[in-house]
Design a protein around this ligand. Structure first.
Ligand SMILES: NC(=O)c1ccc[n+]([C@@H]2O[C@H](COP(=O)([O-])OP(=O)(O)OC[C@H]3O[C@@H](n4cnc5c(N)ncnc54)[C@H](O)[C@@H]3O)[C@@H](O)[C@H]2O)c1
Ligand SMILES: O=P(O)(O)OC[C@@H](O)[C@@H](O)[C@H](O)[C@H](O)CO
Length: 466
């Protein structure tokens, strides 16, 4: 009875009283599930918790901000192991806003107290070309360049619409206010994500406001990271579980696995939380860790998504139970491992741990979620392994199967979310080898010009469906 009465009430600072909230010193763009399971959790768990609060902005829709703001930024983190759930109420997010609230974003970036900007806006959110440069021809980017050119005199509801455009706008304010240096930390699954973010931010500033680009070159530290914690979308059943446990309504709980990893490389000129207290690791050379994670974990995720969906599976754990999918993962991993410093990175143990993590049936990680934005993802998850294997004179069958499975999936999928959707649709109008070539070209032009690669991609397609 008491639980029922409490469940009428929502989780917030009145129903869940806390000590004084920390001051905002971090601005985060991309208020999604992952940020709340990862960086916000590390910030809350660190001993510096009382010093570092986060203001979060959504990317494209206000929904996540509205729900979280109504709870004073508080939310429940459900850590879901194979055997049960544990619950923590995380309080490091002190403000949650829609990304279009530019006045507040600009105010925060003008403040000397703001020391760090972090990003989880998805791979596609950076609008980068396959060569890593900003795609200035993308309509959203071109519109942002125009908006930034009139940033002194923005209309009421005008202004840049992409997270990178909004960030560049705020950096212009920081420059004018002489508020000092700042660190920008990319927490998206991108290869060399510090350079990718620099290319996007610097490229946009250079196109819109060259003096600002020079200021960015001098005053912004781009920090690279490898981020890891499997965090699927929250379901209605999760809301019920939290209500039962907490006795309060929480409209924004997050479900994640117990495993978590954060490796960072770069400097923080205005300071940072003591994230290492919560297990984060700071290294000089990020690349081997990043490759290990992007190729082995994310590469296998994409392989399971495209093969699994074609074979009638819906979650990662289900696909892994399919002996074919599981064999293809091992075959891909063998190839990837050959191109990693295996001993130093303890790849055998890493692979064993991944199998255990993927097999957690209580984490319902939807293959359809992983399948989105394939052209961007495969460039980082499978292509580097293909390139390394081909240059060593090997056929790269395991990694080529990831590309082949993607081709098979796009040819039968009811809905495709991808930044290259127009090129994909055009390719689907073609037949036979021409179709294979055009689809492959949406991922990599060079691979599409390699006849033996195309032959292998076509040959492997049959095995996925059989
Ligand atoms: N979920 C995970 O397990 C996980 C783990 C490691 C890293 N990541 C990284 O975090 C990213 C976000 O994951 P999530 O689970 O929080 O997703 P999510 O869908 O919960 O949130 C994504 C956020 O990015 C914004 N966004 C999405 N597409 C955008 C676009 N094209 N332009 C601008 N903003 C956009 C959304 O509005 C939202 O604020 C992933 O793409 C990945 O790079 C996720
Ligand atoms: O989040 P995405 O869309 O980049 O990729 C889907 C998954 O591969 C990814 O979310 C992993 O679960 C995550 O990277 C694990 O740390």
């Amino acid at each position: 009875m008491e639980t029922q009465q409490r469940a009428q009430r929502t989780l917030n600072a009145q129903t869940f009283p806390l000590p004084k909230r920390p001051p905002i010193r971090i601005v985060h763009l991309g208020l999604g599930a992952f940020h709340r399971a990862h960086e916000a959790w590390y910030t809350w768990k660190a001993d510096s918790e009382a010093e570092w609060g986060i203001a979060c902005f959504t990317g494209r829709s206000p929904a996540a901000a509205t729900a979280l703001a109504s709870q004073d930024g508080l939310y429940t983190l459900i850590e879901r192991s194979a055997t049960g759930d544990t619950f923590q109420v995380v309080s490091s997010i002190v403000e949650a806003r829609d990304g279009s609230e530019l006045a507040r974003l600009r105010e925060l970036l003008r403040a000397e107290t703001t020391a760090v900007v972090t990003l989880t806006i998805t791979e596609a959110g950076y609008h980068l070309l396959p060569n890593g440069a900003l795609d200035l021809d993308q309509p959203a980017v071109a519109a942002d360049i125009q908006a930034l050119r009139q940033s002194e005199d923005l209309p009421d509801n005008g202004g840049p619409s992409t997270p990178i455009g909004r960030l560049v706008l705020g950096l212009g304010d920081r420059m004018s206010a002489r508020a000092g240096e700042i660190a920008i930390v990319c927490c998206d699954n991108l290869a060399d994500n510090a350079a990718a973010t620099r290319n996007a931010v610097f490229g946009l500033a250079q196109a819109a406001d060259p003096p600002l680009a020079s200021w960015i070159a001098e005053n912004v530290s781009f920090v690279g990271t490898s981020v890891d914690r499997i965090t699927p979308r929250t379901t209605d059943a999760d809301l019920d579980i939290v209500r039962e446990y907490l006795g309060l309504e929480d409209h924004s709980p997050v479900v994640t696995e117990p495993f978590t990893n954060w490796i960072l490389s770069g400097s923080f000129p205005m300071g940072r939380p003591a994230w290492e207290d919560a297990g984060a690791v700071f290294v000089e050379n990020l690349e081997p860790y990043e490759n290990r994670k992007l190729w082995l974990l994310n590469g296998a995720h994409s392989l399971l998504a495209y093969t699994g969906l074609q074979r009638g599976h819906t979650t990662v754990a289900e696909a892994l139970l399919d002996p074919y999918c599981s064999r293809w993962v091992q075959e891909f991993w063998d190839e990837a491992e050959r191109n990693l410093p295996s001993k130093e990175l303890q790849i055998s143990a890493y692979r064993a741990a991944l199998l255990e993590r993927f097999s957690n049936k209580r984490i319902s990680h939807q293959l359809s979620q992983i399948a989105a934005d394939g052209t961007h993802k495969l460039r980082m998850r499978a292509l580097p392994v293909i390139q390394a294997e081909l240059s060593a004179g090997r056929p790269a069958t395991g990694a080529m199967r990831v590309i082949s499975a993607w081709l098979g999936w796009v040819q039968g999928a009811e809905t495709i979310q991808d930044p290259a959707i127009e090129a994909i649709r055009a390719a689907l109008q073609q037949d036979g080898r021409k179709r294979t070539e055009s689809l492959t070209a949406t991922i990599d032009q060079q691979l599409a010009q390699d006849p033996s690669a195309l032959e292998l991609i076509e040959k492997l397609a049959g095995s996925v469906r059989s």
